[in-house]
Every structure is written in C-alpha cells, then in structure tokens.
Ligand binder design. Sequence first.
Ligand code: PLP
Length: 404
Amino acid sequence: DESLFHNVPLAPDVPVYAVMAAYKTDPSPNKLNLGIGVYRTEDGQPHMLNVVRRAEQMLVNELSVDKEYLPITGMAEFNKLSAKLVFGPESPAIKESRVTTVQCLSGTGSLRIGADFLGKHYHQHTVYLSQPTYGNHPNFFSAAGFALKTYRYYDAKTCGLDFQGLLDDLGSATTGAIVLLQASGHNPTGVDPTSQQWEQIRQLMRLKRLLPFFDCAYQGLVSGSPNADVEPVRMFVSDGGECLVAQSYSKTMGLYAERIGALHIVCKKAEVARCVESQLRLVIRPMYSSPPIHGASIVTTILRDRDMYNEWIIELKAMCDRIARVRQQLFDALHVRGTPGNWSHITRQVGMYTFSGLNEEQVAFMTKEYHIYMSSDGRINMAGLGSKTVPYLADAMHAAVTRT
Ligand code: PLP
C-alpha cells in the first residue's frame, strides 16, 4: 500500500547541522567542533553567562511572574529596552515614536518577519546580499518571493574587504532595492567596513534610495561595547532615513535556545510606524500568534537593572578578550610552525569567525585526518577554540596546507 507522501523527495541536510551531526558520531577523543557559531568556554564547553543564571533565579522566585500569553508583538518593556540597546537611550527616532519594535524568535524570526512584511508592503522585491553571507540569509527572502542578488564583499587576495567592488555593485543596484547589511562581526568573513567606509556606504545607499536591512547578531561580541558594535546602524538612523534591524540575543547573552530577539522598523513618521506595526501583527498572527515569554523576561531583567547590565558588559568583554587571545595564539602557532601563507588575517578579522582561506579539500582533509569539523568554506568558529586545542588545529592546518 503506497504512502500518501510517497512523492516527497529526500531533502539534503542543512550543511551546518550535518557538520554537527558528523561531529557527534565521531568517536575520536581529539575531535574538535569549529562549525556551528556558538561561544564556548576555554575547555570547549557550552557557556552560560552568570548574569543570565542570576536573572533566571530571580524570575523563579518572583511570585508575580506568570505564563499567560504575551501580546502578538511581544513584551512591551522588552521591546522598549531592546530598541534603546540598538538605537541608543537618547535616540530621537525612539523619542519621536518613529520606531516600531516587535519581539521575534531571535535573529532568524526577526529576519523572516521582516522579509515577509517587505514582501507584502514594500514596492521593490529585489534584495542584495553580501558575497559571501550567512547561509540562511537567502532563504528568508526567497520564501517571501524576492529576487536575490549579491554585492561584492570579501576579497580573497587580501582576506579583507573588497570595498571598491561593494561600492560598484551597490552603485549599479536597482533603485529602491533592499540591501542586507551586517552591523558588525560579519558572518562568515570576520571582515567589517571601517567607520569611514560605512559613511560612504550610507551616502551611496541614501542617494540610490536603497533600503538598509541590518542583521545585528553580535552586538557587543565584536569590540566588547554594544554601542560601538552598532555604530553603523546609528549612522543610518541619525540621517532621518528609514531602515530595518533584526536583533538577536542568541550569541550576545548566550540565549541560543530561548529564541529571543526583535525586529525594529525605523520610519520617517510616527503615523507610518503605527501602521507598520499593525501590519506586522497580521504577519505574526497566522504564523505563531505570539512569542514565548521566558527569554524576553531574562533579557528585560538584565537590561532594566544597572548592576545587571554592567555585569553583562563585563562578561561580554571577557568573551571578546578570550576570542582575541585564541586569535593571537593560532597566529603564533602557525608562525612557529612556518606554515606557508600570510596568516595575519587571523588577528585582523573580528568577531567570532576567521575566514581562514582553507579550501573545501583542505577542510575535508582536516576532518578526515584530524577530526576537526568546520564549514566547507573554511570558516573557523574561533569561540570554539581554547589554548589547549590551538596547537592541534595549527598542526592540522599546517598539514593541510603543506600536503602535496
Ligand atoms: N544572523 C547572523 C549573521 C548569524 O550569524 C546568525 C546565527 O548564526 C543568525 C542571524 C541567526 O541566529 P539566531 O536566530 O539564533 O539569532
């Protein structure tokens, strides 16, 4: 008897999850997971922030906490504090009620809701993505019916930014198109424009009436300062123009599985922002009706209290310092081994990732011979390394590069 679903074809695995699954079943005691983008401790263990534990303990003991439904747009105080974190406490856009914020399921949910909203209510259905970009980016926009285009971003020769290529491509982009930008800690390259370059990008995009959609998944995990890491967004907002921001607390508070984040849409007028919010409600309602409460409660508990906020900043800084240390250690280890090539991009690139320049074949070799798991484009999650595992990775990279 034939199944009613017998025509369903087997879909390929999502690459980053396939790497994770392969890592799990590898019995080698030396195995190393540098694939999925999560921050780990020196010993490669999952990292819970102390301030998050403290917030959760407070919530457990708080008798006024309940589990009733949140509004469709989420927890009001969470939304307000999240907007302040992105746009700054003195932001005129917030004061003038031109920002609409909705709590979403982390960065992913914010990007998806934003793309769906634009698909329904924005006149242009073309989006430009950096080449390369985070693997899930194309999916949000193709699901919403957009035409996908790319702009040059990474220069393989310098392991840095192809700024001229970026300007040329945005300069010839379709007027009014959406441009997806990463606020800081670019995934997968670890390459960010400088402030001056951002200013040029801003001018060009405003001239061409391109709509910026910022993905802000690492605010504070790049420099240790949430304000500094969101500077490009604030530049675009302070000119009075419009933009979207997808904000995630997955990495910055280690709240991955809580699925907590927000979508902000900055409008020119408060009346417009109100209408936009009413339409966002119609996008969200048939998808999941309203968001979960626990992650929002944790974030709100931390952001509303000065001491807890300061504790978060101290922990963030320690995370950034640890990543900077392993960057230096890996660079030194390759230098000591005399590994052919210029590895200075390991310390020049920022955020959680190093775009190593290792090719697919070299990565496959490192997986087979050294049980090191990472994405096939050569991206290394630096936050998955520790001083004990750096020499082993350096041995593997040396062998991969010198192999004939
Ligand atoms: N955006 C970028 C640039 C990312 O790197 C990630 C996760 O790796 C996300 C968005 C989505 O993560 P989440 O949905 O957990 O916020």
